[in-house]
Design a protein around this ligand. Sequence first.
Ligand code: NIG
Ligand code: FE
Length: 412
Amino acid sequence: MQKLFINIKELLQIRTNPIDKVSGDAMAILPKIDNAFLLIKDDIIEDFGTMANCPKLENTEVIDATGKVILPTWVDSHTHIVYAGNRIQEFVDRINGLSYEEIANRGGGILNSAKKLNETSEDEIYEQSKLRLEEVMLQGTGAVEIKSGYGLTIDGELKMLRVIKRLKENYSLPIKATFLGAHAFPIEYKENHAAYIDVIINEMLPKIAAENLADYIDAFLETGYFSVDETVKIMEAGRKYGLIPKIHVNQFTAIEGIKACVEQGALSVDHLEIVTDEDIEVLKNSNTMPVALPSCSYFISIPYTPARKMIKAGLPLALATDFNPGTTPSGNMNFVVATACIKMKMTPEEAINAATINGAYAMGISKTHGSITKGKKANIIVTKPLTSYYQLPYEFGNNLIEKVMIDGEFIS
Ligand code: NIG
Ligand code: FE
């Protein structure tokens, strides 16, 4: 049956001419209709407009949205939702003065999560991960990218990607899988990087491709992790299997990694807490989406991505959570949007664009998701009654969502 929302206080992110992303000054514009209707047919956005033009329809469920705001669901283009256990002890260690780097150097960090993952069964990892996925869906996330990268062994990486595949099969929101075998060097390869890269390229990748387990390829391009040259090798190998790169880069240091990613045709470059003028020049006129992860900056107390400088230079920017056990044990996109406004000085319009249409671009789904456009998927957030959509970032940490619809069905 059709569903017709009426008397919507504000219908946000309406795009009559489909766009795939917004950049620079255009990020400040969030097209909306006040006192609107929205018609959903099956899983698709059929029509929308002002109440003055609201159609009279038969066989239609009418839903009164007086005082409420409707917007497209959040698109979270960067997560590590599939993991085992947690890293609560490291959280306490950081409170007591250790840095993320010091913890990693003591064998904690990514290697700590890899140990736990390799000791946990696929079924158990699935059960833990699906709870996190269900939680973020209730918080308004209607599309999500999920990375491997806590296996760092052939079996462990395959196990993670098979869990992601099961999530794809069992949940109706779009999920993209990213192979992140190059997340850290296992201890036994610490002095022999070439040998681990050989495992990634010649053992993991062919198996992953044979089972069709990944959509994208990632690496942690960072001082002390994967160098520019090592990452280029991995990106080139991934492309042979049709895996486009989405790369962790410039989290702690700028080592010309962004340039290499753009040259390799990366769909996105993610983190960017440290960004040089040269990096910005390289990103201009590229098709690569920069992605900021403000919850990570918040949680491990590192700089925030310089959004103002990037937007002023004409760049687009996407926002994502980075949900993972080490640097961001939270998948709440509402908090990300609020933190982008509060700490990165993005306007509410810019932050919402970054968390919807630009997120959709960064996960390769902007044709079907990320805006209220006829023919796109009916993935929407219905808020509680609000003063205006500004209340969303203003009341950071509060739950202002009443209902979430994925593929035309309410999930709660
Ligand atoms: O995106 N920076 C690299 N990877 C993850 C965190 C990894 C971890 O600490 O588990 C991130 O922040
Ligand atoms: Fe990450």
